[in-house]
Design a protein around this ligand. Structure first.
Ligand SMILES: *[C@@H]1O[C@H](CO)[C@@H](O)[C@H](O)[C@H]1NC(C)=O
Length: 263
């Protein structure tokens, strides 16, 4: 039985004569090995950084219907977060201190934050009526000026928190000067903004802000809106209408979830 295969080809020698390895064949073989080896190493070695690796994964695994991580890292839209307040309202103090500021400290880079004001536009003089009077309107204007002049929330939100902690003294000059100094805001620039065009400039900003609040259907200070929807209300020293929870952690999780969805 062992001989059968050999017997089928009686004329063929068992071992073919050794073909000489010519120099040309030798070089071809080396070249082939080099290409295979290089290709293997290129696609299997650790890339210089994680981003290259992500691109490589996309190239070598086109069947994975995922966006490249690189694009997600750089093209996330910011999540809109807004607080609607009145500058002389105690609920604004609780709301900023207990929810908005600690949340912003955790997700500053994921959020487009807007501070808006609650009031009633008056038709006869293109002005605004504020619940706690003209002093509150001026306080609101000063805070809007800070937001406009120092758009980094780390600066203007810190300044607003500083004023709000002492809200009964808004808009006393000494309070505004102290808070401006504490948050690297130039008091004179702030004052110029609040008094520009005999106050018409600030008044128009405040009108725009209270109209924005009214258009959102917001009436209570403080109302926090996330992604243009009411997230939570602080009213009469209590949290209300907070189905997702009033804690910093609840809001941070909600923001992170929205941020991930906005690739
Ligand atoms: C942030 O939100 C405001 C509205 O509050 C909008 O006008 C502005 O374009 C937004 N900016 C970014 C960078 O998304």
């Amino acid at each position: 039985m062992d001989d059968k295969a050999n017997n089928n080809n009686p004329g063929m020698p068992l071992i073919p004569p050794r073909r000489g390895l010519s120099p040309a064949r030798f070089l071809l073989a080396i070249g082939y090995l080099a290409i295979v080896g290089f290709t293997y190493c290129y696609f299997h070695s650790t890339p210089p950084n994680a981003r290259n690796y992500d691109i490589l994964e996309q190239v070598t695994a086109p069947h994975l219907n995922q966006r490249p991580v690189v694009v997600q890292d750089t093209q996330h839209e910011l999540v809109p977060l807004e607080a609607h307040i009145m500058s002389k309202c105690p609920d604004a103090k609780d709301c900023l201190r207990d929810l908005v500021l600690p949340t912003m400290q955790k997700v500053l880079d994921k959020v487009n934050f807007t501070l808006s004001f609650i009031g009633t536009p008056t038709e006869h003089d293109d002005g605004v009526a504020c619940k706690h009077g003209a002093e509150e309107c001026l306080g609101n204007i000063i805070e809007l000026c800070a937001q406009r002049l120092y758009p980094d929330p780390k600066t203007y939100l810190g300044f607003v928190m500083c004023l709000t902690k002492d809200y009964t003294h808004i808009p006393q000059r000494s309070l505004i000067e102290d808070c401006a100094l504490e948050h690297a805001i130039d008091f004179n620039v702030l004052n110029d903004c609040a008094t520009k065009d005999d106050g018409a400039f600030g008044q128009n900003m405040l009108r725009g802000s209270v109209k924005r609040t009214a258009a959102a259907g917001v009436t209570k200070s403080c109302t926090v809106r996330l992604n243009n929807e009411i997230y939570c209300v602080r009213d009469n020293r209590q949290w209300k209408e907070c189905p997702s929870g009033p804690s910093v952690n609840d809001l941070v999780i909600a923001i992170q979830k929205l941020y991930r969805q906005r690739a």
